[in-house]
Design a protein around this ligand. Structure first.
Ligand SMILES: Nc1ncnc2c1ncn2[C@@H]1O[C@H](COP(=O)(O)OP(=O)(O)OP(=O)(O)O)[C@@H](O)[C@H]1O
Ligand SMILES: [Mg+2]
Length: 310
């Protein structure tokens, strides 16, 4: 169970899509509703060290057993305010249900909505560090993994400061950057399959000072296509570095169909948000997700309805 501020904090609201102009006053005053606007802004045997792509540091990797499922500690998930896949319905899980529905609708279409190109690839970004990207990416992945028609691949794309494996209590492992640097590596061999039904993880991999250049290379697009071809039911969620602090975010935006911009309530400034959005202009479908909001003007509060408390 999480405290009330955390529930509210997880309340995030997707805001605008296809942004060409930012309705920032709405962001401030109508934090709890969706809104569309049209805007002007517009894992290997043994232990190995990171290498092969201009590595600036090394990470030691443990070896998963081929074909086995990596355990994710549910107690740990609960303690860190992540959704427990087998746990009760909570305010947090309800909020992410709402968020994922919008994203899945755009990805798959339905109810008169055409699916958007590459909509099954979703970048989770924010302007600055510490605004909740990884928190939202993991929770969204855990929520989407419960879908009956989809599986989820959570990609740690914060190559300089990867945190997905650590948060989930998984040992460091090779990942995307290794596959980008070495064409002989089959990226699919690096995917970590977990004991959370439907959830797989692709680690960031070797640290390099050329991450942006690797991402911009033609091979990256092909490699990501390969990830989709391997399992067309996959929703791929990329946990991005902050747009205003690291250049890979803007390149990642070119590779995805949807971007979720996490906005930290009461902290992300209008100008930072505008600046970050302009850097992500390579993606036509950007939605805002308000994180860490402390109250709902409408009194909306999910979780109790199911009788578990939130
Ligand atoms: N809604 C929330 N409720 C509770 N805790 C949260 C929430 N959002 C973020 N946090 C916590 O705040 C901290 C920072 O969040 P997180 O690591 O997701 O940010 P980030 O944007 O990924 O940062 P970075 O840019 O450094 O990667 C983490 O400890 C995370 O668990
Ligand atoms: Mg992060």
């Amino acid at each position: 169970m999480i405290s009330e501020p955390c529930c509210a904090a997880a309340m995030a609201r997707l805001r605008f899509l296809r942004c060409r102009r930012l309705l920032l006053p709405n962001l401030c005053h109508n934090q709890q509703r969706f809104n569309r606007c049209h805007s002007l802004l517009n894992r290997t045997a043994g232990t190995t060290s990171a290498s092969g792509c201009g590595a600036t540091s090394s990470r030691s990797y443990s070896a998963p057993h081929a074909g086995s499922l990596t355990h994710i500690d549910r107690q740990r998930l609960r303690e860190m305010n992540y959704i427990d896949p087998e746990g009760p319905v909570t305010g947090l899980s309800e909020e992410f249900r709402i968020v994922k529905r919008q994203l899945l609708l755009s990805a798959k279409g339905g109810k008169g909505v055409e699916p958007i190109d590459r909509g099954e690839r979703i970048l989770i970004c924010s302007a600055h560090p510490n605004e909740g990207k990884t928190f939202c990416a993991i929770n969204l992945a855990l929520s989407m993994a419960q879908e009956k028609d989809n599986r989820v691949l959570l990609v740690d794309a914060d190559f300089a400061k990867p945190s997905v494996l650590g948060r989930l209590g998984i040992e460091p492992a090779r990942g995307l950057m290794d596959a980008l640097a070495d064409p002989t590596i089959n990226v699919e061999d690096l995917v970590i399959h977990t004991d959370v039904n439907g959830l797989a993880i692709l680690p960031a991999g070797a640290q390099t000072n050329q991450d942006t250049e690797y991402l911009a290379a033609e091979r990256t697009a092909k490699l990501i296509d390969q990830l989709t071809r391997h399992d067309p039911s996959r929703i791929i969620i990329f946990d991005s570095p902050p747009a205003l602090a690291a250049s890979p975010a803007s390149v990642l935006a070119l590779l995805v169909g949807q971007c979720v911009m996490v906005v930290r309530a009461d902290e992300t400034t209008d100008s930072a948000l505008r600046d970050a959005l302009s850097l992500l202009s390579g993606c036509d479908h950007i939605q805002l997700l308000l994180n860490r909001a402390k109250f709902s003007p409408t009194g909306r509060k999910f979780g109790n309805y199911y009788g578990y408390g939130a």
